[in-house]
Design a protein around this ligand. Structure first.
Ligand code: ATP
Ligand code: MG
Length: 334
């Protein structure tokens, strides 16, 4: 009897990359059935797939056609209205860790500071197509040309970079029709090509962050482990409520709060971690994984690398891998 087995087991049984089977299952080249969070496949079907090469099945059975929406990327806004809490660091390294686990990842640099763009080794001033240029183009034609701005990077993720010109979008969007929906419309044609899209945002609430929160299905909130930072998280939670109640994004959910720059050696910091867990833990998910303070983060960014490439076996890389696993397991709550 050819009992279906999980894709992971099939990959190791046949000595092929899990990602190859997973992608084939997504787009119907491999007949697989989704049971809960797992894709199941028969040995016979894996052998057929490997024998026929990657040729697409002529008539995919209904079981292999992904449910509508099932192959749409999760869009996660990394957001909190406070500077320097680890938003960009998290977008970069969580993205790299998800890619390492076989996810197709797109990062959007939606902060005119361009830190994410620079950390990935692109020079904003030399780029013809950026988040700004596609917004500007969209506002004249109401057509998404975002593909032009997608760059491949060495971190294993794709990137829509930005430049300081994105500052101009604040004024331009202010007078635009449906100004909060521009990013959502820009992403619509490419959403099915990725598993996860992470949007790095700027540290204050304005029309750009509003666009990110409308486009997003989820929000990940990095919280620096110190007392004063908790106020900005409360503000973020209020903003998320507002997004839901106003109807701008009724289904927006919270992936979780991530404690960053944790330094367990100091009592103050330990207390701040406990305070944050107690204050927010009952309301929204707080990731078990915490990101410790480490000089490796600024070092890796200065070297235009993710922490996973810079120090693959270090504690910081392990932390972002653990976070990626939590994000993949997460059943985000309202
Ligand atoms: N866990 C960490 N340990 C030490 N330094 C860190 C850590 N995370 C981030 N940093 C450093 O702190 C600085 C701010 O981090 P980051 O740019 O990710 O914050 P941000 O929230 O994106 O800031 P902004 O609000 O300005 O966009 C950067 O120099 C980064 O390298
Ligand atoms: Mg940033």
């Amino acid at each position: 009897m050819d009992e279906p087995l999980p894709l992971k087991e099939a990959a190791s049984l046949y000595g092929v990359k899990l990602d190859r089977l997973r992608r084939a299952a997504w787009d119907g080249r491999l007949e697989a059935r989704q049971v809960g969070a797992q894709w199941m496949v028969t040995r016979h079907e894996v052998e057929r797939f490997l024998r026929d090469g990657d040729r697409r099945r002529k008539t995919p059975s209904p079981a292999v056609v992904p449910k509508r929406g099932a192959c749409m990327a999760r869009i996660i806004a990394v957001a909190v209205p406070k500077g320097g809490t680890g938003k960009t660091t998290t977008a970069l390294n969580l993205g790299a860790a998800l890619a390492e686990q076989g996810q197709r990842v797109l990062l959007i640099d939606f902060d005119p500071q361009g830190n994410l763009t620079q950390a990935l080794g692109l020079r904003p001033s030399e780029l013809e197509h950026t988040a700004y240029s596609v917004i500007k183009d969209f506002l004249t034609r109401y057509e998404s040309q975002i593909e032009l701005a997608i760059h491949q990077t060495k971190a294993g993720v794709d990137l829509v970079p930005t430049s300081a010109r994105l500052n101009l979008a604040n004024d331009e969007l202010a007078v635009a029709i449906q100004r909060e929906f521009v990013l959502q419309k820009l992403l619509a044609p490419i959403r099915s090509r990725y598993d996860v899209i992470l949007v790095d945002t700027l540290p204050y609430l304005g029309v750009l962050v509003l666009n990110a929160l409308v486009a997003a299905s989820e929000v990940l909130i990095p919280l620096q482990a110190e007392y004063l930072a908790t106020e900005s998280v409360a503000l973020m939670l209020d903003q998320i409520q507002l997004m839901r109640r106003s109807g701008l994004n009724p289904n927006l959910i919270i992936t979780g709060i991530l404690l960053t720059m944790v330094d367990q050696r100091t009592i103050i910091n330990r207390e701040a971690v406990a305070y944050a867990r107690n204050t927010f833990g009952a309301q929204v998910p707080v990731f078990t994984t915490m990101i410790r303070r480490s000089v490796r983060f600024p070092e890796s960014q200065a070297s235009h690398m993710s922490i996973l490439h810079y120090e693959p076996l270090g504690e910081s890389a392990r932390a972002y891998r653990a976070l990626a696993e939590e994000v993949l397991r997460a059943t985000p709550t309202q």
